[in-house]
Design a protein around this ligand. Structure first.
Ligand SMILES: NC(=O)N[C@@H](CC(=O)O)C(=O)O
Ligand SMILES: [Zn+2]
Ligand SMILES: [Zn+2]
Length: 420
């Protein structure tokens, strides 16, 4: 297959030839010997590698399944996902890993299965499995109540570091949550409760522990500029979610409990700073923390609704909309959604359009901006916190050379475990 006259992230116009699972040539005037896709005026980007999703199986197939989650991924230009361990059973031992691996074989996109840490985890057998990362390691309870103490955290970092496995940390310190707001019932109460200081302090602590052990950790869903600064000062990496880039406490009146997640939405000032830090190169990657719950589950009081919002299908479209408006470069989008992710999580031959790399590709018409509608998305939960905002959705997505999504249709192809 040949993409003819595609505009790459850096602005070069090139032909890109793929053969089997790989990109074999990037050049000009390449011969076509099979299907040719006219990519004139379109952007060809490496597929997004989403280092943080919750596809909910085993345990919660009413929220999401590997099939629905991976369709949502493919339609949003995501070609690899890292699934988090807070399923039921949690992915904390060999049996938990194997159970998830069976179900994950239904995925249309490639995937990695992360291992988790609880007081009941079985580190030896878990770390012998080909896990994507150890994480998210929960320093406070979130969905699944897998929060651990600092002694266990140190043990986990030590073991994963020795095993050469990347570590992803959910950094919040429950001791710094503001108990004085628990009588409030408005949706902003969650943001007031799970304070910015609780995240910032936990990030500092998580990085300090890792640095003392000579290890490297990656901080999940960083929601504060102070947290970003703490990570880079410590020589660690961090991710930001689309919701912390594009939503803030100012949206909570409209979103209600559908805007509840951990860490919570922050002030409009902090949101703007996060977007600037992303554009300037100070935030390493964007990961979605795709965390679907049903409408019925979310439609509860602010203290009872589960935390989490879907996002795997809308992340790249929202970023491409920023590019369309000139607020973010395409090369930066390539780095934070693909190239840097491949580097941080050790995915060889991924994340860049170069001869010899995996043919994980996304073709988009950069001007095809449309309003985002929950009912048009493919996640089982059928709602989005970005309802009505604009996004630029892909026309075509390939995973290792297979067209998995094209003009609204999915092919029946099999995703693979990237660590196998
Ligand atoms: N982010 C969330 O609010 N929820 C996530 C868990 C998590 O990532 O903390 C979930 O699994 O629902
Ligand atoms: Zn988390
Ligand atoms: Zn998460």
């Amino acid at each position: 297959m040949l993409f003819r006259d595609a505009t790459l992230a850096d602005g070069r116009v090139r032909d890109v030839r793929i053969d089997g699972e790989s990109i074999v040539d990037v050049g000009t005037g390449l011969d076509d010997d099979g299907e040719t896709i006219d990519a004139d005026g379109k952007r060809l980007l490496p597929g997004m590698i989403d280092a943080h999703v919750h596809f909910r199986q085993p345990g919660f197939p009413h929220k999401e399944t590997w099939l629905t989650g991976s369709k949502s991924a493919a339609a949003g230009g995501v070609t690899t996902v890292f699934d988090q361990p807070n399923t039921e059973p949690p992915t904390v031992d060999a049996a938990g890993y194997e159970r998830k691996a069976e179900l994950a074989s239904a995925s249309l996109v490639d995937y990695a299965i992360n291992g988790g840490v609880t007081d009941d985890w079985a580190p030896e057998e878990l770390l012998e499995k080909p896990i994507g990362a150890l994480g998210e390691v929960f320093l406070a309870d979130s969905t699944g109540e897998m929060g651990i103490g600092t002694g266990r955290y140190e043990e986990a970092v030590k073991r994963a570091h020795d095993a050469g496995v990347p570590i992803t940390v959910h950094a919040e310190d429950a001791a710094l949550f503001d108990e004085s707001v628990i009588d409030r019932t408005d949706p902003d109460a969650w943001s007031a409760y799970r304070t910015a200081a609780a995240e910032i302090e936990a990030i500092r602590h998580a990085c300090r522990v890792a640095a003392d052990l000579g290890a490297r950790v990656h901080i999940a869903h960083t929601s504060t500029p102070e947290g970003v600064e703490a990570t880079s000062e410590a020589g660690m990496t961090c991710e930001v979610t689309p919701h912390h880039l594009f939503l803030s406490r100012a949206d909570l009146e409209e979103l209600g409990t559908f805007g509840r997640m951990n860490p919570p939405l922050r002030s409009e000032d902090r949101r703007e700073s996060m977007l600037r830090l992303l554009a300037d190169g100070d935030i390493d990657i964007v990961a979605t923390d795709h965390a679907p719950h049903t409408r019925t589950e979310k439609d509860a009081g602010i203290w009872d609704a589960p935390s989490g919002v879907p996002g795997v299908e809308t992340a790249l479209p929202l970023l491409l909309e920023e590019a369309r408006n000139g607020r973010l470069g395409y090369d930066r989008i390539r780095d934070v959604t693909a190239a840097n992710v491949a580097d941080i999580f050790g995915l060889e031959h991924g994340g860049r359009i170069e001869a010899g790399n995996r043919a994980d590709l996304v073709l988009v018409d950069p001007d095809a901006s449309v309003p985002i509608r929950g009912e048009d998305l493919h996640s089982k939960c059928e709602w989005t916190p970005f309802e009505g905002r604009r996004g630029v959705f892909p026309e075509l997505t390939t995973v290792r050379g297979c067209v998995v999504f094209r003009d609204g249709e999915f092919a029946d192809v099999a995703g693979r475990n990237v660590r196998r």
